[in-house]
Design a protein around this ligand. Structure first.
Ligand code: C2G
Length: 132
């Protein structure tokens, strides 16, 4: 069984996230998603609208996702790859090159981001609607 792993906050889930998850799953047979904890989001300078628990529940309901684990820090990826017997690590290409150190442990794939949608775009557009 070919196992795939990806990371993210996945807040205000949108079709760009789904495009990523679908393509990640298509690279293997099993997809694990490491979701950033609320505490780690603070370190990343992000504040998610949905709590970790609710983002986890949402991700677990997606047909492409087989397992959800927590992402608590920047330094857990090698251990996650080893502990979960991962064959392919996948991220959107806004992270191109940032995780090449994992090539010692698994295949590293950066997928083109979906253009035209992002969680911050959703927030900004809604703010505009509310405030004219
Ligand atoms: N993504 C995408 N297209 C978009 C928006 C997001 O392909 N329009 C991808 C991102 O490239 C990422 C994944 O969806 O691979 C999750 O995006 P975020 O929740 O924004 O994740 P991020 O904050 O980049 O967290 O250790 C890695 C970090 O936890 C990644």
């Amino acid at each position: 069984m070919k196992k795939v792993l990806t990371y993210g906050t996945f807040d205000l889930l949108h079709w760009g996230h789904i495009n990523l998850l679908k393509r990640a799953k298509d690279l293997g047979d099993h997809l694990t998603v490491a979701i950033s904890s609320d505490e780690f989001n603070k370190i990343k300078g992000k504040e998610a609208y949905h709590s970790f628990e609710n983002r986890k529940m949402i991700l677990e309901s997606i047909r492409y996702v087989d397992k959800v684990i927590a992402e608590d820090n920047w330094d857990q990826k090698i251990q996650d790859v080893i502990n979960n017997d991962i064959d392919v690590f996948v991220m959107g290409d806004d992270w191109e090159g940032k995780f090449d150190f994992l090539e010692e442990y698994c295949e590293v794939v950066y997928l083109p981001r979906t253009v035209g949608i992002s969680t911050s775009k959703i927030k900004n557009d809604l703010f505009e609607v509310q405030n004219g």
